[in-house]
Design a protein. Structure first.
Length: 159
């Protein structure tokens, strides 16, 4: 036993160490020479990379391991990205909701304008009443007043 670490337990596949330290120890005591570290520098480099939360050569780089190490090294950025996702989703949801509401209001306004146009048309042209003197002049005055806001220099067609 060396410094509280039982080499036999590592060789038998039991995991007394956590994470990459276990993989580094396994690679260091591998039975096949070509599977061991090629030098003490390579072993030291793997140990240094472990303490810096970088991927180590003793472990096959899986996506989840690399992602966790990336997040551990860049906590603030990962937290900001994690917070930005729901915020963007909420913003898009509100934007789509408002767009749908605006579209519905535009359809309602169009329908009301059509109804008002139909009502005005019936008052002006469809009512079959005897033509009192001056009715043509009154109808022309009504039409001029209705068209006046739309014929001014400041009027712009709705977009």
């Amino acid at each position: 036993m060396t410094r509280g670490l039982d080499i036999r337990r590592i060789a038998l596949g039991q995991r007394p160490l956590a994470g990459d330290l276990d993989n580094i120890a396994r690679k260091a005591i591998e039975a096949e020479p070509h599977l061991r570290y090629s030098s003490a520098e390579a072993f030291a480099e793997d140990t240094r990379r472990h303490w810096q939360s970088l991927p180590v050569s003793a472990r096959r780089p899986t996506l989840d391991c690399r992602a966790m190490k990336f997040v551990r090294r860049r906590r603030a950025g990962a937290l900001a990205a994690a917070a930005a996702g729901p915020a963007l989703s909420a913003g898009l949801g509100v934007a789509f909701w408002q767009a749908r509401l605006a579209h519905r209001n535009a359809e309602t306004a169009q329908r009301h304008a059509g109804e008002a146009r139909t009502l005005a048309n019936s008052f002006l042209f469809e009512l079959d009443v005897a033509e009192p003197p001056g009715s043509t002049r009154i109808r022309a005055s009504i039409m001029d007043r209705a068209a006046a806001p739309h014929c001014s220099a400041n009027w712009r067609p709705p977009t």
